[in-house]
Design a protein around this ligand. Structure first.
Ligand SMILES: C[S@@+](CC[C@H](N)C(=O)[O-])C[C@H]1O[C@@H](n2cnc3c(N)ncnc32)[C@H](O)[C@@H]1O
Length: 211
């Protein structure tokens, strides 16, 4: 199967999210800000509709597109983390303007440090930050994940690089490649967890605690 064509086809089935959110998507894309793909967005909508999370933690805000999208389709409180200053400025502006700001807590700084400081539990965690750090985020994410919650991670197939052997990919991507392979191994081999990896968008993993 040609996954690129499939992705284009599935994207044509995407719903319209209304003028404001579609405007945010268009602006993010025209500014080259990486935001969730249509197909990943659809899966997130399905998960939120099924799980009805009351608290969502997002690692990787960018300019706030996915946080605002998740706020718009749920009643959840969303806590989201971003470290890159120009995106922080734009996300703050978007959170003020979007009409869901009172349900969004924006934490700025490196998620590796911020996650260690967080406590409480989240019904859903959406990991969408530096791919080379997923393994580092994992321990705290599992500590923060409610026993009935779901951990959703985007971009786990690295545009297909994950299939290649270490030597089949360019040198500068090798450490990300081996870290992501370790991450996928860990979420699929931890006896406490049940995980699946879906080749949708750039690959999404779903993880819950074993019941
Ligand atoms: C793919 S974008 C997030 C897109 C966003 N979830 C959306 O769909 O609208 C990833 C973001 O994670 C941020 N990021 C990467 N590593 C991070 C870290 N360690 N702590 C906080 N933010 C991080 C990047 O600066 C980038 O803006």
């Amino acid at each position: 199967m040609d996954y690129e064509r499939l992705e284009v086809f599935l994207s044509t089935l995407a719903e319209d999210n209304g003028e404001y959110i579609e405007g945010l998507r268009e602006k993010a894309l025209s500014d080259d800000v990486p935001i969730i793909r249509r197909t990943s967005e659809r899966l997130i909508k399905f998960i939120i509709n099924t799980y009805q999370p009351k608290s969502i933690l997002e690692i990787g805000t960018a300019v706030g597109y996915s946080a605002i999208f998740m706020a718009s389709i749920s009643n959840a409180h969303i806590t989201t983390i971003e470290k890159y200053p120009p995106r922080i400025t734009e996300a703050k502006k978007n959170f003020e303007e979007c009409g869901y700001g009172e349900r969004i807590t924006f934490l700025t700084g490196d998620a590796i440090e911020i996650l260690k400081e967080l406590d409480g539990s989240y019904d859903m965690i959406f990991m969408d930050a530096a791919k080379g750090q997923y393994q580092v985020f994992l321990e705290d994410s599992l500590r923060l994940l409610d026993k009935n919650g779901i951990l959703v991670c985007d971009n786990v197939l690295q545009e297909g690089d994950i299939l290649e052997s270490r030597y089949g990919i360019i040198r500068r991507n090798r450490s990300i490649h081996s870290r992501m392979r370790d991450f996928l191994y860990d979420i699929t081999h931890d006896e406490k967890l049940v995980s699946t990896i879906i080749p949708l968008g750039d690959g999404m993993s779903l993880t819950t605690y074993k019941k």
